[in-house]
Design a protein around this ligand. Structure first.
Ligand code: UDP
Ligand code: MG
Length: 337
């Protein structure tokens, strides 16, 4: 597909710089060796097309001089913006910062370590132009360690698919393209960036998968090990329970508690009847013990539900808190003073 046709097909969203088609968002944490090549190859992939693009690199508190290098690169080229965060906030927060600064109608994300091939960007854009809201890369020949990376990912992909109902081969592939409105205003936290397709699907997004290439890391090390898979699973469980139950925790714990109280009171009424009408001694009956336990634990469960409900309210309200803080923005997208 010729790229001018591609640019014409890119859908128009509200609130964006109308001249900008694509924002390429790249989170950067200690990637100074790959940065210059990365930015060059992204530009090389997009310049031959008619697409107006910007590259937004988010420095996520790197300690290897990536931020200074970014400043330098910004001075040399007009297609680059660097968003420098105050400290390391994690990949999800870095991506959220990128989304917030992106001005294009389309947002493309990829990793800063050159494991994704920027040459694939026009391909995912072409797929998006077929009428999707989100195109997710699929690393068919993934160049990572089998036992520590491929196996946990396989399990995670399966699990995420089961829980969210959106089955993808490769949730973890960073190379993705979105219509900007799909990711804008999404409340991201924890490791949630990898559930973006599922979150977008809940909002009605049309999703496609596209095989892309993947290369071994050339420089530096992966920032993640097995621990991340565990965190991802925890986040997944949180999302699941939040969706299913915890938006109204009172309805679960509260109803258990209330039932226990009611049964406890019924037993107590029965025992009172036996004692006063039947003139029998009830002091040593196990049923009396049960009534007391049910009544007390019922009250506890009920108050627990109430507390959980209040906590959920606070939680939802606290979501307005930013998950990253910006030290400085340099380059084209920087606010003009
Ligand atoms: N990254 C980040 N903040 C972090 C960890 C990672 O911005 O705290 C970036 C990192 O620089 C890279 C991307 O997120 O561009 C993916 O990280 P990495 O390549 O280490 O993950 P892997 O490819 O091994 O899953
Ligand atoms: Mg990587």
């Amino acid at each position: 597909m010729r790229s001018s046709a591609l640019a014409a097909l890119i859908p128009v969203g509200p609130n964006h710089d109308p001249s900008l088609d694509v924002s390429v968002v790249v989170p950067i944490y200690n990637e100074c060796d790959s940065l210059p090549v990365l930015v060059d190859t992204i530009a090389q992939a997009l310049q031959p097309t008619d697409i107006d693009y910007e590259i937004i690199c988010i420095d996520d508190g790197s300690r290897d001089g990536s931020a200074d290098l970014l400043r330098q690169l910004v001075g040399q080229r007009r297609d680059l913006t660097a968003v420098l965060l105050r400290r390391n906030y994690g990949q999800t927060a870095a991506m959220a910062a990128g989304f917030d600064h992106a001005r294009g109608r389309i947002i493309v994300t990829l990793d800063g370590d050159l494991q994704n091939d920027p040459a694939d960007i026009p391909k995912v854009l072409a797929k998006l132009a077929e009428g999707y809201d989100l195109v997710s890369g699929w690393r068919q020949h993934r160049q990572d360690h089998r036992l520590t990376r491929l196996l946990p990912s396989k399990i995670a992909n399966w699990l995420i698919g089961r829980v969210t109902g959106v089955t993808l081969h490769d949730y973890g592939c960073a190379l993705k393209a979105y219509r900007a409105e799909v990711v804008r205003d999404m409340n991201l936290y924890g490791e949630l960036h990898r559930f973006l397709p599922a979150l977008a699907y809940i909002e009605g997004a049309r999703i496609a998968e596209l095989p892309v290439s993947h290369r071994a890391r050339q420089f530096g090390q992966s920032k993640y090990g097995l621990g991340r898979t565990l965190r991802v699973v925890m986040d997944l469980l949180t999302v699941y329970f939040m969706k299913k139950f915890l938006t109204r925790p009172m309805h679960i714990f509260g109803s258990f508690g209330l039932s226990a109280i009611v049964v406890g009171v019924l037993i107590a009424v029965y025992l009172a009847f036996v004692k006063f009408m039947g003139q029998q001694d009830i002091g040593d009956r196990p049923l009396l013990f049960l009534a007391i336990v049910l009544f007390l634990s019922g009250i506890q469960l009920f108050s627990f539900g109430l507390l959980a409900e209040l906590l959920m309210r606070t939680y939802h309200e606290s979501q307005r808190r930013p998950i990253y803080r910006v030290r400085e923005v340099v380059g084209a997208a920087a606010p003009t003073k």
